[in-house]
Design a protein around this ligand. Structure first.
Ligand code: KIV
Ligand code: ZN
Length: 391
């Protein structure tokens, strides 16, 4: 069966930068954009140009520095926004304007104090106007996650008529369950006239920790593009994490999907984005967290030493790391201790290992992790205490 390509739309520099307390200067944004291009993303959302002169200049400078990847600029469904977005993209080889409006009852009533007919007109006019500047126009239905499917389908049908090339079904509030989000995408695929002419895109927030799962259900049900960020950064609890969705696609062959991402750069770009934005990565973050390839408990360590695949579904080399690590803590067993001593050049008999292990556990109970220096101290102590120790 032929595999279906999923396009990766990275919004680290736009939605990602909306993370509270995150601020990037232009130089850093350009550096990240260049690395995103090397990583193989299809689209870089470079900013929201009307929001500030810095954002405008960033989109413009990124447009000059990037050769092949599509550069996208965000706008509201307002003429002024669209003009400024178009202007910021004038040096882009492949420009895209991303315009849209809130479509849920909650947004229509409380944010816009409006009604469905007026929102429909604004959506159509925004797409029509953006098409005057660029061929590639993505329409976002903000809060599509909480939008009635029939109204969403009508909006999609109309913006397609007026030239939208991509439609973003945004779960802005991270409200959906994977099954519901998947059904929404399937409903649109099956009920919107002209849907085959355009791509559907997922844009899922992580308020309930479901962003990646929702994106996955979106693409399984027919979406062709995923919007995501490095390390999952973004507004409030963040977005779908690029490294997670990409590795899910890569590791699950039966999905018959693929992306253009060179996964060997994932670890590098994750650290780069974390350093530049100042947003730390939680140690247990999937794929790129410090602990993602560290084995600490005795049972797991024993398995990994015998055969890596017992507890590792990803070879660390696949994401650009050298190897996984065996961490020595009070939860570690003899197999791990022996393994680490072997790496230091010691060949311990079973008897010696037993003796050293009991000293090791005393140390480990007082400390988080035992390092090589401490392993040497433990050996010295064991030798002094026991003349019969056979190393
Ligand atoms: O979450 C959202 O709805 C957005 C849109 C502006 C695309 O970020
Ligand atoms: Zn968003």
């Amino acid at each position: 069966m032929v595999k279906r390509r999923i396009k990766i739309f990275d919004t680290s520099l736009r939605d990602g930068e909306q993370s509270p307390r995150c601020k990037l200067n232009i130089k850093r944004k350009i550096e990240i954009a260049k690395k995103l291009e090397e990583l193989g993303v299809d689209v870089i959302e470079a900013g929201f140009p009307i929001s500030s002169p810095l954002d405008f200049n960033s989109v413009q400078e990124i447009s000059k520095s990037i050769s092949n990847t599509t550069i996208c600029a965000l706008s509201r469904a307002l003429k002024k926004d669209i003009e400024i977005a178009a202007n910021s993209l004038k040096f882009a080889k492949n420009p895209r304007i991303h315009t849209g409006i809130g479509t849920s009852n909650c947004h229509i009533r409380y944010k816009f104090n409006s009604n469905k007919d007026k929102i429909m007109d604004l959506a159509i006019n925004a797409v029509k106007y953006a098409k005057k500047f660029v061929e590639d126009v993505e329409f976002y239905a903000e809060d599509a996650g909480r939008t009635e499917n029939d109204f969403l389908a009508k909006i999609c049908e109309n913006v397609i008529k007026y030239g939208a090339t991509v439609i973003n079904i945004a779960d802005t509030t991270g409200f959906c369950l994977p099954e519901n989000y998947g059904k929404k995408i399937r409903f649109l695929k099956e009920n919107v006239k002209g849907i085959d002419k355009i791509s559907l895109s997922t844009h899922c927030h992580n308020d309930l920790g479901l962003a990646t799962a929702n994106s996955l259900y979106g693409i399984i049900n027919g979406a062709q593009q995923v919007e995501c960020t490095i390390n999952g950064i973004g507004e409030r609890a963040g977005n779908t994490s690029l490294e997670e969705i990409v590795m899910i696609i890569k590791k699950n062959n039966y999905l018959n999907l693929f992306s253009n991402i060179n996964t060997k750069f994932l670890s590098y770009i994750s650290k780069l984005v974390s350093n530049h934005t100042g947003i730390k990565i939680q140690p247990h973050k999937a794929i790129v967290g410090l602990n993602a390839f560290s084995h600490s408990s005795g049972i797991h360590q024993d398995g990994v030493i015998k055969k890596k695949e017992t507890y590792e579904i990803i070879d660390p080399i696949e994401i650009g790391l050298n190897k996984s690590s065996i961490i020595l803590t009070s939860k570690s067993g003899r197999a791990a201790l022996n393994y680490r001593y072997k790496k230091l050049g010691y060949n311990l008999s079973k008897n010696s290992l037993d003796k050293i292990y009991s000293i090791f556990i005393e140390y480990a109970d007082k400390k988080n992790e035992i390092n090589n220096k401490e392993l040497r101290i433990i050996i010295e102590k064991a030798c002094l205490n026991n003349k019969t120790l056979n190393l």
